[in-house]
Design a binder for this molecule. Structure first.
Ligand code: PLP
Length: 872
C-alpha cells in the first residue's frame, strides 16, 4: 500500500469526488470552456487562437494528469526496477498534437457510443477534438500552430532523448527523464543578407500549459567551498564534510509523457534554478545589501540558457555548474524515492538503472559515490560497487573536439569534494590496471582519468563515465565498432569487449510518421488493413507493403501523398520567403526535392552539397553557352530544388560561412532567367522540430553525407526513410544498417570508407590534394567572386581549407563519386519513376528496425534489466 496522510474515514469522500477524464466531445467542450473562464479568466468574447490553444492543452493535460497519477501509483505499488534517463537536452518540439495522438480516452462499458466510433477509427482523441474545436469555433490546425517548440536541445542527441521518453511510456516502462528547464532553448535563427543571426528563444513567454510546477520539490545544491576534515579523519576515502560556499535551489517542473495506446503516462522532470531564501548576513551586515541580492539573482542564470554547441565542447564554468546542478538534484530525487522503500543499499542497483546520455551527466557517478560515502557512511568499495552496477553510459561521438574535458583547477574550485573522489576513483582504477598490465606506464598515462598535459591537467569525462558504468554503448554498429578500436581501445583491453555494446538509435513512428505525415499513415493503415494503427507499435507489419511495391495503382496513391507533402513544404517555403514562391508548383511532380537539414557542421559536409549544386549550375550554363537548347539541358539536368536548413553554433566561423555560401548561391541561381527554373536553391531559416515535421515527409532525396567515420548514427536519415524519401549517403553511422534493412538497391551510397580516412588525411598533410577537375572549376568560380561580387575573398576560408589546409573532411576525395551518384539519382527519378517509387515503398516497408521502441527494448534487456509495468 502507498502511504497517505488522509485518515481512513475520509478516504471514502475522496473516492466519491474522484476527478474524471473527459471521454466525449461534450465533456471536452465543458472542460475547455471552464479552462477559458477559470484558468485563463477569459470568455466567449475574448478567446483567441492562443487562448484556445491554452485551454485545449489544459484540458488534455487534465486527462493526462489523471493517468499520470495512476501510473505513478501503479509503479510504486508494483515496485519494479525504475529507469532514469539523464539528458542535458530534450528536443521535444510541440506537445499538443502528440498528446492527441497518444492519449487514450476511456471506453468503459457505459461510454460506448459516442467515443466508440471515434476509437475504432484508430485515431482516438484527435478526430474527436478536431470536431469539438470546430463546433467551438476554432480550427485545430490553427490552434496547434500557436504552440512554441520546446527546443531544449541542439540536434540529434536531444531529439533522441525525446523519442526515447515517448517509447519508454509506450512500452510501459517505469521510467523518468531528468533534464534542465532552460528559460531560453536553442536560439532562433534569422537569415539576414544571407548571414545567420541568432535571436533568443524565450519560449516560456506565454507560460507553458504542459508543465506542472512542483513548488514543494526544492533541492538545495551547493557549489565551491571546502572540504572539512577536522573530525580527525585523514583519508579522503572516509566520510568527509563538504562545506559549500554558494547555495541555490533546484525546483522541479514536470511534463507528462503519454504513451501510445496505453494509459501509462510517464514523467519528464526538468529542474529550474532559484535563489535560496537564506541570506548572506556577512554581506548584509557589512552594508553590502546590493551585492547579496545580486549574488542571489545569479542563481537563476544556471538554468537560463542552453549551450548552443552541437558535437563541440567549450569548457565554460557555467556549463559545469549546470551539469552538477542537474546531476545533484536528480540524484537527490532518485535516492529520496529509493529510501522511501526501506530497502538496503545493496539493492539499489536492483531498483534503479541510470542511463547517461553522453558524458554530460558523468558527475552523477561521482555524486552518487559522495552520497553513499559521505552522507550514508557506506564503505568506499561497497559504495563503488553499487555505483558501477547502477550506471550505464551512451557515447555519441569519436571526434576529439566533442569529447568533454574539464580543467582540474576549475573542477576542484567548483566541486572540491568531487575532485577528491575523482582522484580516488582514478587511483583504484590505475592500481587495477597496473596489476593486470604491470610496468606499462604508457598505458597508465593513456587511460588515466586525469590527462597530464604539460600545461594544465584535465579530467577526461568519457573515461570517468566508462570506469563508473557497467555498460558502454555506441549508437550505431559502425560507431560502436569504432569506439572499440579508436578512442576506447585501451579500455577494451582492460575490461574485455563485453563491457562495450551497441544500441542503434531509433525514432518514434508516432511523431515522425503518424503526426508528421497523416496522409501516408492513412494510406498505410488502409493498405495493410490496420484501421487501429497497430503497426505504429509493431513496425514489422509494414513489410506487408512490399507486396504493392510494383502495383501501378498503389504507386499512384503513394506518389499522390508525396505530391501533397511537397506542396505543403512549398507553402511553408513561400511563407518563409515573404510570400514569394520559390518552387514552381506547376511542375512540382517532376521536381526532385533534394533536402539536407541538420546542424551545420564541416563534418556533415553541407559544403560538399553546395559545391555539387554549383557544379550542376556550371554544367547547365556551359551546355547553354555551347549552343545547347534548354530542352537538352533539362534532359541532362532535370528539375531540382536543393533545400538546406540547420543552425550553426554562434561561434563556429566555418559553419556560418557555409550558410552564407548557400544563400549566396541561391541568390545567383534562383535569379538566373537563362536556366528557366530548372534549378532552385533555398535555405530554410530556423530549422526545428515543428519545421522538420513538414520538411521530412516532402523529400524525394535527402543527404546524409558526412565524412566516413564521423557521424555516430544520425537519426534524420531514419526519419526520411520512414517517410518514403530515398537517401544519398556515405557509408557512415546508421546509413550502414539502413542499407542492410532496406536493401542496397534502395539507397544511393558513395564515397570513401571509414577505414581509408586516416590514410587519406595523412597524405593530405604532405601534399595538397589533387583536385578533381570539376571541383577545381567549382572552387575557382567561388574564388572569382561569382557568388560574392562585393567581396571576392569572402569564401576563401572554405576553398582554402580544401586546397591548402589538408582537406580534413575529404571533400576532394569524395567529390567525383558524389556527383556521379547524383547523376544516377536524376536518372532513376526522371527516367524510371516506377523504379523510384518501388524503392520508396520498399524503404518504408523495411524501416521497422528504426523504431525507437526497438531501441528501448534493447536497452531494457541488455543494459537495464528492466521490465514493463503494464496497466491492467
Ligand atoms: N535537428 C532537428 C530539429 C531534428 O528534428 C533532427 C532529427 O533527427 C536533428 C536535428 C538530427 O538530424 P541528423 O540526424 O541529420 O543530424
Amino acid at each position: 500500500a502507498i502511504e497517505t496522510k488522509i485518515p481512513v474515514q475520509s478516504r471514502e469522500l475522496w473516492n466519491k469526488h474522484k476527478v474524471q477524464k473527459f471521454n466525449t466531445s461534450e465533456e471536452f467542450e465543458e472542460k475547455f470552456i471552464s479552462h477559458v473562464e477559470w484558468t485563463l479568466a477569459r470568455s466567449l468574447y475574448n478567446c483567441d487562437d492562443l487562448a484556445a490553444y491554452q485551454a485545449t492543452s489544459q484540458s488534455v493535460r487534465d486527462n493526462l494528469v489523471i493517468d499520470w497519477n495512476k501510473t505513478q501509483q501503479r509503479q510504486t505499488v508494483r515496485g519494479g526496477k525504475r529507469v532514469y534517463y539523464l539528458s542535458l537536452e530534450f528536443l521535444m518540439g510541440r506537445a499538443l498534437d502528440n498528446a492527441l495522438i497518444n492519449m487514450r480516452t476511456d471506453t468503459s462499458a457505459q461510454d460506448v457510443g459516442k467515443t466508440d466510433q471515434v476509437l475504432t477509427k484508430g485515431n482516438t482523441s484527435r478526430e474527436m477534438i478536431r470536431q469539438a474545436m470546430k463546433d467551438l469555433g476554432f480550427k485545430l490546425e490553427d490552434i496547434l500552430e500557436q504552440e512554441p517548440d520546446a527546443a531544449l536541445g541542439n540536434g540529434g542527441l536531444g531529439r533522441l532523448a525525446a523519442c526515447f521518453v515517448d517509447s519508454l511510456a509506450t512500452g510501459n516502462f517505469p521510467a523518468w527523464g531528468y533534464g534542465l528547464r532552460y528559460q531560453y532553448g536553442i536560439f532562433a535563427q534569422k537569415i539576414i543578407n544571407g548571414y545567420q543571426v541568432e535571436t533568443p528563444d524565450y519560449w516560456l513567454n506565454f507560460s507553458n500549459p504542459w508543465e506542472i510546477e512542483r513548488a514543494e520539490i526544492q533541492v538545495p545544491i551547493n557549489f565551491y567551498g571546502y572540504v572539512d576534515r577536522t573530525n580527525g579523519e585523514q583519508s579522503t576515502l572516509a566520510p568527509s564534510d563538504w562545506i559549500g560556499g554558494e547555495r541555490v535551489l533546484a525546483m522541479a517542473h514536470d511534463m507528462p509523457i503519454p504513451g501510445f495506446k496505453t494509459s501509462t503516462v510517464n514523467n519528464l522532470r526538468l529542474w529550474n534554478a532559484k535563489p535560496t531564501t537564506e541570506f548572506d548576513f556577512s554581506k548584509f551586515n557589512s552594508g553590502d545589501y546590493k551585492n547579496s541580492v545580486e549574488q542571489q539573482q545569479r542563481a537563476e542564470s544556471i538554468t537560463a540558457v542552453l549551450y548552443p554547441n552541437d558535437n563541440f565542447e567549450q569548457g565554460k564554468e557555467l556549463r559545469l555548474k549546470q551539469q552538477y546542478f542537474w546531476c545533484a538534484a536528480s540524484l537527490h530525487d532518485i535516492v529520496r524515492r529509493f529510501k522511501k522503500n526501506g530497502r538496503p543499499w545493496s539493492e539499489f542497483p536492483d531498483a534503479i538503472a541510470i542511463q547517461l546520455n553522453d558524458t554530460h551527466p558523468t558527475l552523477a557517478i561521482v555524486e552518487l559515490q559522495r552520497i553513499l560515502v559521505d552522507l550514508e557512511k557506506l564503505d568506499w568499495h561497497l559504495a563503488w560497487d553499487i555505483v558501477i552496477k547502477t550506471f550505464a553510459y551512451t557515447n555519441h561521438t569519436v571526434m576529439q573536439e566533442a569529447l568533454e574535458k574539464w580543467p582540474v583547477g576549475l573542477l576542484g574550485h567548483l566541486l572540491p569534494r568531487h575532485l577528491e573522489i575523482i582522484f580516488d576513483i582514478n587511483w583504484f582504477f590505475l592500481q587495477n590496471v597496473e596489476k593486470k598490465f604491470p610496468h606499462d606506464m604508457e598505458l597508465l598515462s593513456r587511460v588515466s582519468i586525469i590527462e597530464d598535459a604539460s600545461s594544465d591537467r584535465q579530467v577526461r569525462m568519457a573515461f570517468l563515465a566508462i570506469i563508473g558504468s557497467h555498460k558502454v554503448n555506441g549508437v550505431a554498429e559502425l560507431h560502436s565498432d569504432l569506439i572499440k578500436t579508436t578512442i576506447f581501445q585501451d579500455f577494451v583491453k582492460i575490461y574485455g569487449a563485453n563491457k562495450f555494446t551497441n544500441v542503434t538509435n531509433g525514432i518514434t513512428p508516432r511523431r515522425w510518421l503518424k503526426q508528421a505525415n497523416p496522409k501516408l499513415a492513412q494510406l498505410i493503415s488502409e493498405t495493410i488493413n490496420d484501421p487501429n494503427d497497430d503497426y505504429l507499435l509493431d513496425m514489422s507489419k509494414l513489410t506487408e507493403l512490399s507486396k504493392y511495391a510494383e502495383d501501378a495503382g498503389f504507386q499512384k496513391k503513394w506518389n499522390d501523398v508525396k505530391q501533397f507533402n511537397k506542396l505543403r513544404l512549398a507553402d511553408l517555403i513561400k511563407r518563409l520567403n515573404g510570400g514569394v514562391d520559390v518552387i514552381d508548383r506547376e511542375h512540382i511532380r517532376n521536381t526532385l526535392f533534394d533536402i539536407q537539414v541538420k546542424r551545420i557542421h564541416e563534418y556533415k559536409r553541407q559544403q560538399l552539397n553546395i559545391f555539387g549544386v554549383i557544379h550542376r549550375y556550371l554544367e547547365m550554363k556551359e551546355m547553354l553557352q555551347s549552343g545547347g537548347s534548354i530542352e537538352e539541358v533539362a534532359n541532362r539536368y532535370p528539375r531540382k530544388v536543393s533545400i538546406f536548413g540547420g543552425k550553426s553554433a554562434p561561434g563556429y566561423y566555418m559553419a556560418k560561412l557555409i550558410i552564407k555560401l548557400v544563400n549566396s548561391v541561391a541568390e545567383v541561381v534562383n535569379n538566373d532567367a537563362e536556366i528557366q527554373d530548372l534549378l532552385k536553391v533555398y535555405f530554410i531559416p530556423d530549422y526545428n522540430v515543428s519545421k522538420a515535421e513538414i520538411i521530412t515527409p516532402a523529400s524525394d532525396l535527402s543527404e546524409h553525407i558526412s565524412t566516413a567515420g564521423t557521424e555516430a548514427s544520425g537519426t534524420s536519415n531514419m526519419k526520411f526513410v520512414m517517410n518514403g524519401g530515398l537517401i544519398i549517403g556515405t557509408v557512415d553511422g546508421a546509413n550502414v544498417e539502413i542499407t542492410r534493412e532496406i536493401g542496397e538497391d534502395n539507397i544511393f551510397l558513395f564515397g570513401n570508407l571509414s577505414e581509408n580516412v586516416d590514410e587519406l588525411r595523412y597524405n593530405h598533410q604532405f601534399h595538397n590534394p589533387e583536385l578533381p577537375k570539376p571541383l577545381k572549376r567549382v572552387l575557382d568560380t567561388v574564388e572569382s567572386g561569382a557568388f560574392s561580387p562585393q567581396n571576392h575573398h569572402e569564401f576563401k576560408p572554405l576553398t582554402d581549407s580544401i586546397k591548402y589546409h589538408g582537406d580534413y573532411y575529404l571533400v576532394s576525395d569524395d567529390f567525383e563519386s558524389y556527383i556521379a551518384t547524383q547523376d544516377l539519382v536524376d536518372e532513376v527519378y526522371h527516367k524510371n519513376k516506377k523504379e523510384w517509387l518501388k524503392k520508396s515503398i520498399l524503404s518504408v516497408a523495411n524501416v521497422g528496425f528504426f523504431s525507437s521502441d526497438r531501441c528501448i527494448e534493447e536497452y531494457a534487456e541488455t543494459i537495464w534489466n528492466a521490465e514493463p509495468v503494464k496497466p491492467e
